[in-house]
Design a binder for this molecule. Structure first.
Ligand code: ATP
Length: 246
């Protein structure tokens, strides 16, 4: 790990970068994940490396969807597993949504490594794709899913998603909740709820929102879902970037 002094103004960003590098070294994250992370860092820099009000509201909308769903699933890729493994396990416990490994640059070995990493952080069960079970309408390795997980999911939380899959899942009628620092990405635009924030800050906020909303009535969660305007939230984040106030 990099020896980052406590006083370094971008310490949090550099430590997060170390987690991704460690993920690659451990066979959890693909080398391509480093590039995706770098793109995220650039947007985080422009957003001031802080969670905006749009992100905190999006966490509440996403929590409402997860708690209202019949079959919610948390879809985990190599970057998310490296950055927020314990938080994903905690979110799974609170919402009852199973964790399922789904990676773009597929290999059985890496799927096993992601699952083992989540288990080392307390997960009791991690679903992995099954060769005979595929989602129609998806071409990449990511079409393979678990029959008890993504195959039947109505609401899918998938941080750091790629645009093709997000659009395909939406076409299939699934609700997609994502975390993406780029408010202009296809994923951000196609998702039901986009949390424009760094996943390392978004997950604790999402967990807190799920804990708060756990005590709410179905009606009040439904009202939060109905009131959510994703395009408006993306517009706020984009305005923040364009203002140069980051
Ligand atoms: P799209 O296909 O959705 O138009 P893309 O090709 O940029 O976008 P990918 O490279 O598949 O998408 O995924 C990277 C996305 O994840 C980028 O939008 C990037 O900003 C975002 N991202 C990367 N790291 C983080 C992070 N730590 N927290 C939140 N978002 C991140």
């Amino acid at each position: 790990m990099t020896d980052v002094p406590e006083s370094h103004p971008r310490r949090a960003s550099l430590l997060t970068r170390d987690l991704i590098v460690a993920g690659v070294e451990a066979g959890i994250t693909s080398p391509h994940g480093l590039i995706a992370h770098g793109r995220g860092e650039a947007y985080d820099y422009l957003l001031g490396e802080a969670s905006g009000p749009w992100a905190l509201r999006a966490c509440e909308a996403a929590a409402a969807w997860l708690l209202a769903a019949d079959h919610p699933v948390l879809s985990v890729n190599g970057n998310a597993a490296a950055l927020v493994p314990a938080e994903l396990v905690r979110l799974s416990r609170i919402t009852g949504a199973p964790l399922e490994v789904n990676i773009f640059h597929g290999s059985r070995e890496r799927e096993r490594a992601v699952a083992a990493h989540l288990e080392a952080h307390g997960a009791e069960r991690v679903l992995r794709p099954e060769a005979g079970t595929a989602l129609e309408g998806l071409d990449s390795n990511r079409r393979y899913v678990h029959p008890e997980g993504l195959l039947r999911a109505d609401v899918i939380f998938v941080p750091l998603e790629d645009g093709d899959r997000c659009e395909a899942l939406r076409r299939m009628g699934r609700q997609v909740l994502t975390v993406d620092l780029n408010p202009l990405s296809r994923t951000s635009r196609a998702a039901t709820v986009t949390i424009v924030d760094n996943v390392v800050r978004a997950l604790p906020a999402l967990i807190a929102a799920a804990e708060r909303l756990g005590g709410e009535t179905d009606q009040s969660r439904a009202a939060r879902i109905a009131a959510w305007d994703n395009a408006a939230a993306l517009g706020e984040a984009e305005a923040r970037i364009r203002s140069g106030g980051g």
